[in-house]
Write a new protein. Structure first.
Length: 345
């Protein structure tokens, strides 16, 4: 892709999210979401492969539908309240916008488009869809926090955590595994949103850090399937161990970073009397941990057939980006900073 076109698309992505985050007018927020969608479509389409075309079409249709619902809800809100201010939203408007955001984020039960889009994208585009593209819709949830329907959010969060865990069990493609992992994490984040915005911010920050690390490591090792990961050990043992530790952190296994937000969310759920919900969402996260541990077992505890040249592959260690080391450290070793981060955010 031409560097100028690439720079224009990335600038549009950044600008559109900032427009939505800083807007106080519904139409401006909608404009930011639309610009965000239009900026990512050429990036998904770039490989010129039938799967990329299919992924682009799916993404466009879903995002356009969600944007149309938001535009309808905001027009209805203007008719009812006479204002276009985001903080002044009627219950009907908030409900419709919440449904549209659930569709945009790929939360269950509107999640079926998400794994297909990630599978049809390149690893770096999948990273953008899984991280940056979620910030703008989540911002709208933050801005309408006082009017949100908590019952809907809690049910969506529990369903997403369950679907993300169970549907990922039979996947062998790393991008699809990351897609279902993202669905499960978004379920936890939406649950945190009903408790306190600061806890949701902490969850989102750590999710972005761990997911970015995971995609960068997968891109460096070019591991597109679990089988590919199983043959990565001779190429770079250190990189593979880091990848597997990050996977464990994504699963929320103590004493890694990913345990922190789940621990705090469960604590707050129990403190507010939602013990049953805390138990259910905890049980729903176990299948996710299972398929992360299964990848670890297949990769580290089983040895693939090797040839003589394979044992010398370590001489061709792939060059990982310089920022992968601090990201990997943050993704695995930040649990001792729990109190500091929770109070700061």
């Amino acid at each position: 892709m031409n560097p100028f076109i690439w720079a224009a698309l990335i600038s549009s992505l950044a600008t559109s999210t900032i427009i939505t985050m800083t807007s106080n007018h519904w139409l401006l927020a909608w404009l930011g979401l639309e610009l965000n969608t239009l900026s990512i479509l050429p990036l998904i389409m770039k490989p010129h492969h039938p799967r990329a075309t299919e992924a682009t079409t799916k993404y466009f249709l879903v995002q356009a539908t969600a944007a149309a619902i938001i535009l309808f809800a905001t027009t209805l809100n203007a008719l009812q309240t006479g204002q276009w201010t985001i903080t002044h939203a009627s219950p009907t408007t908030t409900l419709l916008i919440t449904i549209a955001i659930i569709l945009k984020l790929g939360l269950a039960p509107t999640h079926l488009w998400y794994p297909g889009v990630l599978q049809g994208s390149t690893m770096h585009t999948a990273l953008i869809i899984s991280t940056w593209q979620k910030i703008a819709p989540l911002t709208l949830l933050y801005l309408t926090h006082n009017h949100l329907n908590h019952t809907l959010l809690l049910l969506t969060g529990l369903l997403s955590a369950t679907v993300g865990g169970l549907a990922g069990l039979n996947q062998t493609q790393t991008r699809k595994i990351m897609a279902f992992s993202s669905i499960a994490h978004m379920g936890w984040l939406i649950t945190a949103m009903t408790l306190t915005p600061s806890l949701a911010t902490l969850m989102m920050t750590l999710y972005l850090t761990m997911t970015t690390t995971m995609f960068i490591l997968l891109s460096t090792t070019t591991a597109k399937t679990i089988t590919d990961m199983g043959t990565t050990w001779p190429l770079s043992p250190t990189l593979l161990v880091t990848t597997l530790l990050t996977l464990m952190s994504l699963g929320g296994l103590p004493p890694l970073t990913g345990f922190m937000p789940k621990w705090l969310i469960l604590k707050d759920l129990v403190a507010t009397g939602s013990t049953l919900l805390a138990l259910l969402i905890l049980m729903a996260s176990l299948p996710s941990l299972f398929f992360y541990i299964r990848i670890t077992y297949l990769t580290m505890l089983t040895t693939p057939p090797t040839t003589t040249p394979t044992t010398h592959k370590w001489r061709l260690t792939p060059h990982s980006p310089p920022y992968s080391t601090p990201l990997a450290t943050a993704s695995t070793l930040m649990l001792p900073l729990t109190a500091t981060l929770y109070n700061a955010l």
